[in-house]
Design a protein. Sequence first.
Length: 147
Amino acid sequence: MVKFHETLSDRTVYLRYFCSLSLNRRTAHERLARICFGDYEREIVLVADYKDPKTGAQHILGVGRLNKLEGGKEAEVAVLVSDQHQRRGLGSELLRRLIPIARVEKLNRLTAEMLRDNLAIQTIFKRLGFRFRLPTKGSSIQAVLDL
């Protein structure tokens, strides 16, 4: 996961987390322990990886997360893809696979928060049937999919 975070540009980090987070903060042991060893009852994580046939090294290309909210009938989704693998459909595929998982989990709604200027991710969500809500203030937009 540390190597994956090393592949993310400052812009990608800002678009995902809504602020600048240093590599040291993103890869702090406590944070990685929390996000890498999640509770299946509360969250489901999909990881797209690649094994280099020459070296045998594993590389994480992208991560899709489904985090159940209080009450257990709604979840927030998010995707994060390594800069060198963006614009190849990987984020779309991760999100596309999270939707049927949400249905199996008997969730009623998926939501996602994104920055208004993140047009690439908005396009992905729109293609997958999400509708958008504009908060009255702030720089974010919310995507909603009723299941």
